[in-house]
Design a protein. Structure first.
Lengths: 309, 445
């Protein structure tokens, strides 16, 4: 008798796998990455390379150290490193980028159990760590198309509203900022790609951007300015939609998005730090389990009573 | 104008569900009557409910349609010989689930002589119909194998208003119900009118997925009969092709917008659901008196060189069926569809009444996706037609606490496989749900 393979049903599965999803995210980020490198030059490319490489290295070394099989094949370390790199200012010393990646992978991700177990977004938390550790380096921005050792400039978010940055410039990304956050156009294109590939649903980014725009309009600001400047586009499309740290339910995503949008604008408007996206996402990350519980519906067939006859 | 209204749109929209590859290679292949094998092994458990006891002994002469097993239990159905010949052995076989059941082995004389005592039953009342359904050995041919007479038996306090004919056939590969629609559409409609009349049911909905337009057209042309149905109560419904559209709870919701509560039967909400081939068979039985001795099975899969629909005698060894369809080095063989079927380790097992497919796979198709950590993508939540959270159950079941599993509503799971199908981390979520249900059942005892 020939031995047959045995499995429990279902015996077929979709073609999706974790590395495929991560690869889609990397693809979606590529245009914005290339654009950022074109805008901010060779040093920006180095920062991204270093943050990706050190994220991968940190994952490998940590997993070897605790005798766990390194899961480099799922590409999630590359996504974390890339996202962190895109969230760094283009003049940052390279060792800081490396340190940030190590914090993201080791402290935020692996110490909580690795992929799928972290409660906060690794790249966001690493960025915040760098922000509070090296505030000057993390807020030194330069104009696009100038050498990276040029004099630093204020970002459109520095509170210095006289900076003549027009909406078109913001849309294409031609303004000082973190490497990958400036081109709203290319980030949106990446977001649309992810939605079409069904990697993410549009609920969370739309709720995030809409609530931020609405609150800033109430506060008398130009809502377009709010959603096109700073890290909100990158944050809402690529960071807040992180599977592990955002609710899986449709309404949960909407609540997360609204909360993050409102907190972002509140920090930007009333806080004494220029950007609030990272903190907004981190705060909502912490609320995610509660939002998920609140928005989990009843199973099919519990709310009957119609057509009882 | 009137005819147009006969093809209804679904009333309820399927929640969740998944897009599965259809692979309906065999849909245009006329069914082929399989030459009877030398020996058939008739299992005494081919239905949900009490297994039968053999009513014959070694050396007895039997004919096609002779009763070889029966049970006094209400939820059970008699079992008949599918060949003529001699009972050569009463044995036990191990079913894929691991349980042992009795089986009657019959050596065929090659004549296929029908039992001389077979004659069409007289069916004039609903009681006649229930008796006929039991005598025919009919079980739900969609795959579950629930004895048909139990379903048809009317209950005073549960009036039925809708008969739903399940022709969804949402499992990939399987085309046996579709072939029934194309080859015996008259029998289906005759069966429908008979059941409608005797059970005094007002509405009939014949539900077919929209990936089978030819079946919808054929059935609709016959259903559009003003003489038999002047009040226009027999309707066709074009279901969206989305797995698990044919699952009973999902189907009832699509057809009537009624939600079947946990632990209730369709009759509790005024519905009776029957598989399309079951209805057709029941009519043929009443016309000819020949009980359920053959079953149309789709033989397909990437290890099968000549995919076919066979009309196979029940009890035919699966290895024989595969041989006839030129299966080459199968590494995984399934009884039933790829979403809910059972993988068997032993191809000498016989074809059962409720089998609708034998699928054989080789290479990558015979392997499972490697399992990695859950990334909490939420695909399983969105796919679950019952609105459950398989990923949470996956965590909870590692250290099972019944209250926690109950809070996750695991008993609602219909084991359709949608969650595991769409999991990018290849986690065996459906198996996990079964495990969780088992924990809850154990605690209830």
């Amino acid at each position: 008798m020939q031995k047959m393979n045995i499995s429990t049903s279902p015996h077929i599965s979709s073609l999706d796998n974790t590395s495929g999803i991560m690869l889609d995210v990397i693809f979606a980020l590529l245009p914005a990455t290339i654009c950022g490198i074109c805008f901010f030059g060779f040093h920006a490319a180095l920062i991204i390379a270093v943050s990706v490489a050190s994220a991968v290295a940190a994952e490998y070394i940590w997993c070897r150290a605790i005798k766990k099989e390194p899961s480099l094949r799922d590409l999630s370390a590359i996504v974390t490193g890339l996202l962190l790199g895109l969230n760094l200012p283009p003049t940052l010393p390279l060792w800081m980028a490396a340190l940030g990646s190590a914090v993201a992978i080791v402290v935020v991700k692996q110490m909580f159990g690795g992929i799928g177990h972290n409660f906060a977004n690794p790249a966001i938390t690493a960025r915040i760590t760098l922000m509070v550790s090296f505030p000057t380096a993390m807020t030194t921005f330069v104009d696009p198309f100038v050498a990276s050792d040029a004099v630093s400039t204020a970002t459109p978010l520095s509170g210095n509203q006289q900076i003549p940055t027009d909406i078109t410039g913001l849309f294409f990304g031609n303004y000082p900022g973190c490497i990958g956050e400036t081109s709203a156009l290319l980030l949106l294109a990446g977001g649309i790609y992810l939605v079409l590939r069904k990697v993410i649903t549009p609920h969370l980014p739309l709720a995030f951007l809409a609530s931020a725009a609405a609150l800033s309009a109430l506060l008398g600001e130009n809502p377009l300015y709010t959603i096109l400047s700073g890290g909100i586009m990158l944050g809402s499309i690529f960071m807040a939609t992180d599977y592990v740290t955002s609710p899986p339910t449709k309404w949960g995503k909407v609540i997360f998005g609204i909360g993050a949008g409102l907190i972002t604008v509140v920090i930007r408007h009333f806080g004494n730090i220029p950007e609030g996206v990272s903190f907004a996402i981190l705060l909502m990350n912490i609320l995610t389990p509660h939002i998920t519980r609140l928005t989990t519906g009843k199973p099919f067939g519990t709310e009957v009573k119609q057509n009882e006859k | 104008m009137k005819n147009k209204e006969r093809v209804l749109k679904p009333l309820g929209k399927i929640k969740g569900g998944i897009k599965v590859p259809h692979h309906k290679t065999t849909s245009e292949f006329e069914s082929i009557v399989l030459a009877p094998p030398e020996k058939v092994t008739i299992s005494m458990s081919q239905h949900i409910g009490a297994p039968c006891e053999p009513t014959v002994s070694v050396g007895d002469k039997v004919f096609v349609g002779s009763v070889v097993g029966d049970s006094a239990a209400f939820i059970s159905a008699p079992i008949h010989s599918s060949v003529s010949g001699e009972v050569s052995e009463i044995t036990t076989i191990r079913m894929p689930a691991g349980n042992e059941v009795k089986a009657v082995v019959i050596t065929s004389d090659g004549e296929m002589t029908p039992d001389p005592e077979i004659k069409p039953p007289k069916v004039e009342t609903v009681d006649d119909l229930v008796a006929a359904a039991r005598a025919s050995g009919l079980v739900g041919l969609g795959g579950a194998g629930f004895p048909a007479h139990v379903k048809l038996k009317p209950s005073e306090d549960k009036p039925l208003d809708t008969l739903i004919i399940n022709g969804a056939e949402c499992e990939p590969f399987i085309t046996s119900d579709y072939r029934e629609c194309m080859e015996h559409p008259e029998d289906i409609l005759n069966g429908v009118y008979l059941i409608k009349k005797l059970l005094n049911i007002e509405n009939v909905i014949i539900a077919v997925e929209d990936n089978k337009p030819a079946a919808i057209k054929t059935l609709y042309e016959i259903a559009a009969d003003e003489k038999r149905d002047p009040a226009d109560k027999v309707k066709l419904m074009k279901l969206k092709s989305r797995y698990p559209q044919g699952a009973e709870k999902v189907l009832i919701y699509s057809a009537t917008k009624r939600k079947l509560p946990l632990g209730k039967l369709p009759s509790d909400i005024g519905c009776i659901v029957m598989n399309i081939t079951s209805v057709s068979f029941l009519y043929r039985y009443i016309k000819t008196g020949m009980p359920l001795v053959t079953k149309r099975i789709t033989v397909d899969g990437n290890a099968v060189l000549e995919p076919k629909n066979f009309i196979a005698p029940i009890g035919t060894p699966i290895s024989y069926v595969l041989e006839q369809a030129k299966a080459e080095n199968p590494e995984k063989v399934l009884m039933g569809g790829p979403m809910m079927g059972i993988a068997i380790y032993d191809t000498s097992l016989p074809v059962l009444k409720q089998n609708n497919a034998i699928l054989a796979f080789t290479g990558n198709a015979a392997k499972s996706k490697p399992t990695t950590d859950c990334i909490r993508c939420g695909r399983c939540l969105r796919a679950c037609p019952m609105g459950l959270a398989p990923a949470s159950v996956d965590l909870a079941v590692k250290n099972p606490k019944v209250e926690e599993l109950n809070a996750l509503n695991v008993m609602y799971c219909i084991e359709c496989g949608s969650c595991a199908f769409c999991c990018p981390a290849g986690r065996p979520l459906t198996a996990v749900m079964r495990l969780a249900k088992n924990e809850v059942r154990k605690a209830g005892k």
